[in-house]
Design a protein around this ligand. Structure first.
Ligand code: NDP
Length: 277
C-alpha cells in the first residue's frame, strides 16, 4: 500500500487526511494518508525531514504552512518544478520518484479556478478581477486565473511593495496584471480575498476602498459559518459569495490526480465536509 502524508506545523486542523481517504474509497485505490507535524526551524532541517520521509517509503507529500516556500527552494535546486510551481513560488504537492528525482507542484491555483468555474459557475474570462493580498496563495491564484483570460487582474495589498513585486513576476502574462493603490475607479466583477485576515476575524485593512456591490466575492479562508469577508460582502450587496472550502477539496483532487492518475469526484466530498462542520 502506498504511503502519503501532509506535513506542516501546526497540522492537527488539517482536513487533507479525511479528503484523500474519501477520494481513495471512491476510486478504489488503496493508500495510507497521515497528517505529520514536523517542527523544522530551517530549510536544511526541512531537507533532512523530507529525506527521512523518502527513506520511510512515502510516495508523496502535501506541504502546508509554513513550509511551502522552503520546499519550493529545495525542489528548485533539484530541477523538479512544474511550470505552475515555478510560477507560484511555492509547493504544496511533492512526488518522490527516486532518491535523485523529487517533483514539486502547486495545485492551489487550479483548485481555485475549478471551484470558481465547475462548482460555483462564476465567470473569469473577460472580467475585471481584484485580488486582495500578495502572499503565496495570491501568487498561485494569479497565475491560474491569468490562464483563463480575464480582462485584468489588479492586486491590492496592505504592503503595496509586495503587490508591486508580485505584479512584476507576471508582467509577461497576456492580461493586464498590476498592483494598485487607492483611490481607484475601476469596477471589479470578481473580488478574491487571498489575505489570511478571516482566520482571525479581520477584514483586510484595505477593505474600505473596495466596492463589492454586484461583484462575485470569494474568500480563500473557510469556516463553519460565513467568514467575516463573506459577511461583509453580503452586507455590501455582492452578487454572490463563497468561502475557500471548494478550493481546498479541488486542490487536493489535483494532487490525487498527480499521484494516482485518477480524478476523483469532488462534489460529494465538499458536501460531506460542509455537513460534518
Ligand atoms: P501568506 O502569509 O503568504 O500571506 C498573507 C497575506 O495576507 C499577505 O498579503 C498579508 O499582507 C495579508 N494579510 C493578513 N492579514 C491581513 C489584514 N488584516 N489586512 C490586510 N492584509 C492582510 O499566506 P498565504 O498567501 O499562504 O495564505 C493566505 C490565506 O489563504 C490563508 O488564510 C490560507 O489559509 C488561505 N489558503 C486557502 C487555501 C484553500 O485551499 N482554501 C489554499 C491556500 C491558502 P502583508 O503582505 O501586508 O503582510
Amino acid at each position: 500500500m502506498k504511503k502519503y502524508a501532509v506535513i506542516g506545523n501546526p497540522i492537527s486542523q488539517s482536513l487533507s487526511p479525511f479528503i484523500h481517504q474519501q477520494f481513495a474509497k471512491q476510486t478504489g485505490i488503496e493508500l495510507s494518508y497521515e497528517a505529520l507535524n514536523r517542527d523544522c526551524a530551517t530549510q536544511i532541517h526541512l531537507i533532512q525531514t523530507l529525506t527521512q520521509l523518502f527513506n520511510e517509503d512515502y510516495s508523496g507529500l502535501n506541504i502546508t504552512l509554513p513550509y511551502k516556500v522552503w520546499a519550493f527552494n529545495i525542489i528548485q535546486e533539484k530541477n523538479g518544478l512544474s511550470t505552475r510551481a515555478a510560477q507560484s513560488g511555492a509547493i504544496n504537492t511533492l512526488t518522490f520518484i527516486n532518491q535523485e528525482t523529487w517533483l514539486g507542484d502547486n495545485t492551489d491555483g487550479v483548485g481555485l479556478v475549478r471551484d470558481l468555474t465547475n462548482n460555483l459557475a462564476w465567470p473569469i474570462k473577460d472580467i475585471n478581477i481584484l485580488v486582495l493580498g500578495a502572499g503565496g496563495a495570491a501568487r498561485g491564484a494569479i497565475f491560474a486565473l491569468a490562464q483563463e483570460k480575464p480582462s485584468c487582474i489588479h492586486i491590492l495589498n496592505r504592503d503595496s511593495l509586495k503587490a508591486e513585486t508580485l505584479a512584476k513576476i507576471f508582467a509577461e502574462e497576456s492580461c493586464e496584471i498590476k498592483s494598485i493603490t487607492p483611490p481607484f475607479t475601476l469596477n471589479y466583477q470578481l473580488i478574491i480575498n487571498a489575505t489570511s485576515g478571516s482566520l482571525w476575524q479581520q477584514l483586510p485593512t484595505t477593505i474600505q476602498y473596495v466596492d463589492a456591490k454586484n461583484a462575485y466575492c470569494y474568500d480563500m479562508v473557510y469556516k463553519a459559518s460565513p467568514t467575516v469577508f463573506s459577511a461583509w460582502a453580503t452586507e455590501k450587496q455582492a452578487k454572490s459569495t463563497s468561502d475557500g472550502f471548494g478550493m481546498l477539496v479541488e486542490q487536493a483532487a489535483e494532487s490525487f490526480l498527480k499521484w494516482h492518475q485518477v480524478m476523483p469526484n469532488t462534489h460529494p466530498i465538499i458536501h460531506q465536509l460542509r455537513c460534518n462542520l
